[in-house]
Ligand binder design. Structure first.
Ligand SMILES: Cc1cc2nc3c(=O)[nH]c(=O)nc-3n(C[C@H](O)[C@H](O)[C@H](O)COP(=O)(O)O)c2cc1C
Length: 477
């Protein structure tokens, strides 16, 4: 099925790549040749205000490895990944990976937990990243931590234990919700606000520059942005009502850690949950209209992005002192093609319903549109890895043209951590390390295995888990 789309690796020049974009009627700028520092727009330092400067425009996006201890502390695998982030040469480390603010908000039993008890155990992770950067002679990146509650997608013991913002007509079925018991009450949310504040206090004590209060991928704070039917203090028809929880958390974080900067990773648009349709490819699940359960879409035609509320939310964030937005979309659980464009689907996904280049252009276009709508915001873009060898060509053109401020790399860094350093130094692109979006990094954790690049990173290729992953992919387990 995936073979219906030409492989990016078969496009041998920037010109061939541009021709493919034109065939697909996609608007993405692409330079002929990658530039190195100091000429590359990607080498330009990014002023983040308050004396904070990211030394270049590369950002490492947060990526969990499902490899913490049951107590939520890093293991050798976690340390290895963070060292790789440190030696990447990227100027900004956006969170490292999602860390739960409390036990019941873990997405899996191996997710890190950032609470006062774990402070001393998380510290070596930040140290390892910084030491790896120094050892490679890189400038120290701006480092922050990503704070989350996984909400509907919580699995603290491995079993689904959803805690939701509201009853969802499609997603409740997916997570086994049959009554209102999973919906978090207003009083419970008051406690959660305190947990975010406590995590922020720990982050501040660890000396990181910022925390990301995560609002994306279907997790709890993202879900609240579409809590239209929810009664009480934290939901309602207006955006003001649906973002009351955000405001309460930001105020509590500010009070707990006054010097700590705050960013928000935001799913800026959404779609109806997808599943394999009649032809096997991803298609929206049956749903009524208007579809009132998404943020950043047109309820009368949920296939259409509508960033007007998103821009309003980002303006509100700016007023609350949050000036950095990391643009992502939807959720890897129910619309992976929108969030991590890939040629090969994860085991719980579906073959792509579109050329994944369309997905990349949609994500980057949304980041551009948001930057245009709210130019004062510092905007980080996501969804780059499927561009493969053309990441530098497109990234430098987008930054030069002011589409957004920074280029956030995800899966690519698992296989090719040195990409930012190589590009900035003008070294040849290591084609053998280029992520080809096999989705093993997503399929492994979906099957209870640690995440990493099994196809390309020799370390993971040689792990016994690789055999188990192959079995799971064949459906043997
Ligand atoms: C294995 C894996 C783990 C991820 N974990 C997180 C996470 O903890 N927090 C988050 O905001 N995004 C997470 N993401 C999403 C990535 O940050 C990124 O948005 C996505 O992979 C698309 O970017 P890419 O095309 O460069 O891979 C994860 C992605 C992968 C593949």
């Amino acid at each position: 099925m995936s073979e219906r789309y030409p492989r990016v690796a078969s496009l041998r020049s920037a010109e061939a790549f541009r021709e493919r974009l034109a065939e697909l009627e996609l608007e993405l700028p692409c330079d002929d040749e990658p530039l190195s520092a100091p000429d590359s727009p990607l080498a330009e330092p990014l002023d983040l205000g308050g004396g904070l400067v990211a030394p270049n425009r590369f950002v490492i996006q947060p990526m969990e490895g499902w490899d913490g201890t049951v107590d939520g502390l890093p293991t050798e695998l976690t340390l290895r990944r963070w060292r790789n982030f440190g030696r990447s040469g990227a100027g900004w480390i956006w969170g490292g990976e999602a860390m739960a603010v409390r036990e019941d908000g873990r997405a899996n039993p191996n997710q890190l937990i950032l609470d006062p008890e774990n402070a001393a155990g998380i510290e070596p992770l930040c140290d390892a990243l910084r030491e790896a950067a120094v050892a490679e002679g890189r400038e120290l990146p701006v480092l922050g931590l990503q704070l989350t509650h996984s909400g509907r997608w919580s699995r603290p013991d491995g079993e689904q234990s959803p805690r939701t913002a509201y009853r969802h007509p499609v997603l409740d079925r997916r997570v086994g919700v049959t009554d209102d018991a999973a919906v978090l009450g207003d009083d419970e949310l008051d406690g959660l606000i305190e947990d975010f504040a406590a995590s922020a206090r720990v982050a501040s004590a660890l000396g990181v520059a910022f925390v990301d209060v995560k609002h994306c991928h279907g997790y709890l704070l993202h879900e609240f942005l579409s809590a239209r039917g929810r009664p009480g203090r934290y939901g309602g028809e207006t955006l003001e009502e649906r973002s009351a929880l955000t405001r309460a958390i930001l105020a509590a974080v500010r009070e707990a850690a006054p010097g700590l900067r705050v960013g928000v990773r935001l799913s800026v648009f959404d779609h109806v949950p997808h599943a394999a349709g009649p032809d096997g490819r991803g298609a929206p699940e049956p749903h009524g209209l208007p579809y009132r359960h998404g943020f950043g879409l047109d309820p009368d035609d949920p296939s259409q992005i509508d960033l007007s509320e998103t821009a309003e939310f980002v303006r509100d964030l700016l007023e609350l002192g949050v000036g950095w937005v990391n643009v992502t979309a939807s959720s890897p659980y129910y619309a992976p093609h929108l969030q991590r464009p890939a040629l090969f689907p994860p085991t719980d996904g579906y073959p792509p319903p579109e050329d994944p280049l369309v997905g990349v252009a949609r994500l980057l276009g949304a980041a551009r549109d948001l930057k245009r709508a709210v130019p004062e915001a510092t905007v980080v873009s996501s969804g780059w890895s499927y561009l493969q060898e053309f990441v530098p060509h497109v990234a430098q053109a987008c930054v030069r043209e002011g589409w957004f401020d920074a280029v956030g790399l995800g899966r690519m860094v698992l296989s090719y951590p040195e990409l930012p350093a190589d590009v900035l130094a003008g070294r040849p692109f290591a084609r053998k390390k280029v992520c080809r979006t096999f989705s093993d990094c997503t399929s492994a954790p979906r099957n209870g295995l640690v995440s990493g690049c099994y196809p390309l990173d020799p370390f993971y290729r040689d792990l016994p888990e690789r055999v188990l992953l192959e079995e799971a992919k064949r459906g043997d387990s």
